[in-house]
Each structure stands twice: as structure tokens, then as C-alpha cells.
Design a protein around this ligand. Structure first.
Ligand SMILES: [Zn+2]
Length: 69
């Protein structure tokens, strides 16, 4: 990876995602945390996954076209 700044996986920032902004986070190897340059979110992998799971739950039906009313 370029300059080793990104983590093994590129997580999107959950806080930006909630505002419909698609922002990759950077990984801090020393602190073992991911951080976002845009909104200054900081969290470890577990925290990020938890928030992303929340987001998925919220928008679970977003890909479904509702045709029956
Ligand atoms: Zn962010």
C-alpha cells in the first residue's frame, strides 16, 4: 500500500457514512486505530465494524425497489 498509511482493510468512516459522505479512513499502526481526516473520528477495528453494522441495519432495504404499495 502507498506509504503504508492505509490499514489492511480500508474501512469507510462510519460517522461520515451517516452523513452520506464516502470517506476512507487511515490506519494508525502505533495506536491500532483507524482515523478519519474529515471528521476526526477515531476508533479501533471493533468500533468501526460495530458502527458499520448499525449503518447496514439502517439501510438494509435501500437496494430493494418497492413496487407494492
Ligand atoms: Zn469521518
Amino acid at each position: 500500500m502507498a506509504q503504508g498509511r492505509k490499514g489492511k482493510l480500508n474501512y469507510r468512516c462510519p460517522r461520515c457514512l451517516m452523513r452520506e459522505i464516502d470517506m476512507d479512513m487511515l490506519y494508525d499502526k502505533d495506536a491500532d486505530e483507524y482515523y478519519c481526516l474529515r471528521c476526526s473520528f477515531v476508533g479501533n477495528e471493533k468500533e468501526v465494524q460495530r458502527l458499520n453494522a448499525q449503518f447496514r441495519e439502517k439501510y438494509l432495504a435501500r437496494m430493494v425497489r418497492i413496487t407494492d404499495f
